[in-house]
Structures are given as C-alpha cells and as structure tokens.
Design a protein around this ligand. Sequence first.
Ligand SMILES: [Ca+2]
Ligand SMILES: [Ca+2]
Length: 632
Amino acid sequence: MGNSMVTHNKYKSFMFFIRKYKVTELVPPQDLKEVFSKFTGGGSYVSAEQLHQFLVEHQAEKDCTLLDAEKIVKKVLQIRIRPQQETVNVDEKNIEQKLTLDDIFYFLRMDDFNNPLKAEVHHDMNAPLSHYFIYAGHNSYLTGNQLSSDCSEKPIIKALQRGVRVIELDLWPTFNKDDIKVDHGWTLTTPVSAIKCLESIREYGFVASQYPIIITIEDHLTRDLQAKFAEMATQIFGEMLYYPETDCLTEFPSPESLKNRVIISTKPPKECFEHNSIKDNDNFLMLSGSESSSSSESRGKESPDSMTGVKIEGTMAGVKFEGPMAEAKFEGPMAEVKIESTNGSDCDEGDINTWECDHKSYQRCSPDYKRIITIRNRKLKGSLKDKLKIDGELRRLSWSETTLEKASESHGADIVRFTQKNILRVYPNLTRVKSTNFKPHIGWMYGAQMVAFNMQGHAKPLWLMQGMFKANGGCGYIKKPPCLMQEHPCDNEFDPKRKQPVKKKLKVKVYMGHGWNLDFSPTHFDKFSPPDFFTKICIVGVPADYAKKKTKVVIDNWFPVWDEEFEFPLTVPELALLRIQVIHKDQGKGDFGGQTCLPVSELKLGFRSVPLYNKKGEKFKSVKLLMQFQFE
Ligand SMILES: [Ca+2]
Ligand SMILES: [Ca+2]
C-alpha cells in the first residue's frame, strides 16, 4: 500500500559534477487514505458496491449505478493487471473484482474517467438564442495581428474545431469589384476568398458541436455583391442555411431547433439608402484622420471594428505608405505600431452610424440578401437609454469593450434587460492590433451573448474564454444564469458590481501534480536540477468574487506534492471561473508549467484529475493535477 519506488534524476552541475535528486513516486494523499478506510470499513480492498457508494456519496455522482461501478472495477483491473496474475494466465472471471487503495489512486488520476467537468450537453437548449452565452470569434479569418497578417480559412476551421459558434467575416469587393473577398479593411492584411470561408464553415461547422453557427458579417459590399453573397451562401449551405419565414421575429429560435443550421447576422450598409455614397469603393485603403470618419459614415459600414476613423502610426516590415493614406506611416518594427482613433475615444458603430434602419429601407436592399439575415444588427437613435430600449423588433447591438464599460457604469440594469430578448456583441478595441483580448466578464456579467474574441492569441483572457466554454459539454452555448434573465421589479435589478450576499463557498484542495517528466525534456525548466513548481489558483467572475491564492514552491521535484486547501466565498458562483496555473519558480515571472480554467457551476465534486493545457489552450498529453472540490 502506497509503496514508494525510489529512483534518481541525474543532473550535470556545471562541467564535472553529477548531482542526484531523489525521485519519489506519487503516493495517495492522506485525505484519500481516510476516505478509502471509511468506505472499506478499514479493509484493504474496495468492492464494486463500496466503490459505488464512494462515487455517489463522496464524488457526488448521483446518477452512478452499481453497474457503472462494476465497469470501472473491470476497466481498472484490465489496465492494472497484477504481476502474479500475469504469470498464472487466469481468465477475467477469476480475478477478484475489487480494488486496492493504489488502484483507486490510479483511477482518480485518469482524467478521461475522472474529469472535473461534465462531458455532456446538460443545459436546456430550447430557450431563445438570447438566453445563451455563445462562443464567439472576432475577425475569425485573421492568422495573426490585426494589421498585416494573412487572412485565411484555416483559423476559421480551427475555431470551429474548438466549438466556436460565431464566426465573423468582413466582406469587401475584390479589386475588380466583381467578386467578394474576406479581408480586414483599411489594413495590409492579405485577403481570402469568401467562397473558401463559407465552404470551410460548411465542412467543419458541426464537427465539434451540432448547435447553430452564426456568421456575423461586416458588410462593405455593393448592392450587386450583396445579391451575389446571398446566392453564394444559399448555394453553399443549401438546407443548412436558416432564415425565418416571416419578416419580424418576436423571439429568436432556440439552439435546439437550429441544430446543424447556419444563420446570418448583419445589417445592410448605407448604400441601400443613399446610392451616391460608394463612388470610391475600390480605393478603400484611403485613410486619413478626419476624412475617414465621414467617409465611413457615408459608406454606412456595419463594421464597428474595422480601421475607420483611425490614425495609424508605426511600422510594418518593408511596407511604406504615401499619398492619400495621409495619417498612416509605417517605418519600423511592428511592435511599435500605434493606433489612435480620430473620431472619439472608440470607434464603434455607435459613434459612426446614426441612421435608423426601418422596414422601408430594408425593402430597398437586395431582396435575397435581406431575406437571409436572421439576426439584424440595428440601432436606435438617441440617448443610451433610447439605444437600449426594447421595441417590438428583435435586434443585435455591437459595442466595443470600452463602449460597454462606459455604458455599464450608468446603465447596467438597462443592458441586462436589453440582453434578455436582444443580442449584444462586444468586440475588442481596435487598438488591440496584436490581437489581444479583454476581460470577458465585462460582457458576460451584463448578459452579452457574443463576447467576440481574437482566437489566435494565447494569454489569460483567452484562457478564460476557452475555460468558460468547456461548460455544457463544450457545445458552444451556455444557458445564462437566472439572475441575468429575471424580470426584476425596478428597485431590485441585478447589478453585478453591487456586492451580493455570499451564496456558496468553494473549497479547492490541490494535492499534487504529475506528467511533466513525460511531456518536457529534463532540462526544460532548470538546466541543472528538477523544476520548482507552485500552483496559482484564482477566481475570476463578478468583481466581488475575484480572488487569488497560491501554494508553496516545491523545490527540485518533477512530482510536486502541495496538499494545500483554499476557500473562495462566492456571491455569483454561476459566473465564476476557477483559473489554475502551475508555474516553475524562476527569476522574474517564472516559467509556464500549464493552465486550465474551469466553470465553477459545472465542477464535479470530490477527488478529480485536472488536465492542464499549454498557452494556446491545447491539452498536454500527460500533465495533470489531483485536486478536490467541495461546496459549503
Ligand atoms: Ca471585423
Ligand atoms: Ca530546481
């Protein structure tokens, strides 16, 4: 029981000396020994019945049956055939159907059996789309930064394979104005054809999830090309393309009813209303401060987030601009690119467009194009309160992170109410030229369904996004918590910034970590010794719930044992994410040893094997933590 095998890691110190470090194989934590003893009545084996009891009572696996427990016993015995049985060649029936403490310890460390999250879709999927947080991408076609990277269908495919459900395409006329390309306007990105993007969405759209894909279009097309796009989409998607029979939806359809369907969300550009506005369409790279904001207005861009009304100053390798692009100077390394808005602090459509899109105007657009738009991006004139007014017709608003932050200071309750029926999309400020992201909770805590992220990055905000959408079986749709959907009497509205009473206390225990020796080279962390790991555990959610803890550093050990417990009082556990990161302590910031984010409301209780991911969000083959989760 718990027999530890002692081996040694050898490290060369400098030139001549070999230092040996004792490697102790993992042994079950004291907590597990006690629980084992409880369920076996002090015995050294656990039967299938006792295992069943352990799974139901300690691991809170309410639906687990005795048959499930028997299957686990069989499975573990198959993997862990004991040495004496190997030689005797006994058939399965004669193997004693019971497990030792070491077997249980082994089983609990297998994340495919003992993952901390439910693998299935388990939320009600029959509510209108506005009742869900939706996994959303921003400028989904970009491979790198927002200014000079290539456009390609590949990042779209990758996002879809990860379960992203909202894909953004910026549509522009090609040079000859006879076809449609996907490109980040006003920048040096190289385009990809719209057909390629749509075909990729058809091919890969439903590999990770059957729930609907929403294509948000940033539309810079002429009327003819809009018609062409409608034809293109209809041909490529066929039956997959959903659009409502009636002109006015009173409620969005549900994700369940839209399984394996593609829907389009956009608003028609202004040239539908003012036919003289697009004379210099092929010259869209013309960019100059004050002029650009007015030209963007005259084009009626749907796009909140392309480079309009923006002054670019900086450098991009080997490319120089002169002439009409008066404000854009590129001379120097990309890192120095500076962007500033010349028409206000941010450049969202709220500032650029003030036209109202009514039914009459829609009639004048390409009829087929208009028909295929299920979620209309439409904004109302007037004050912020007016913009958030709930009128009969459903719509989508698109705001930059800054616009949302400012609006939420004074109109939090209005935003929450708006998002109960309508859709709010929040996108990164366009100063994020390196494709970074913002704290996603600024959108989620006000009910914003589409917190649109640059998926090609790899930093903390993206880890939170990836972690959030591990919920509900990773299907890309998460039912919003009741606090965001309740129709409160006006003096009792949900305000995520106001401190609520503590609802639940989450207890997190981190026992140990393992697998780095298999996934990394012996000298990856320290050249001359095994790594020195510690674990950071944070809660990210509404401001009141934010917390940050860390374990001690375990020096020179590939199998760190921490055995430390942390408590997190939570006021809105429904929106909380548990962020876990292992760091090798080094000078400076330390070396990255793996990370994961887990939605607190989805945590399975008891002992759990928590797999860690790299900075891009790809799962490590072997690196895992053994943890325990409990609620009080
Ligand atoms: Ca865009
Ligand atoms: Ca070390």
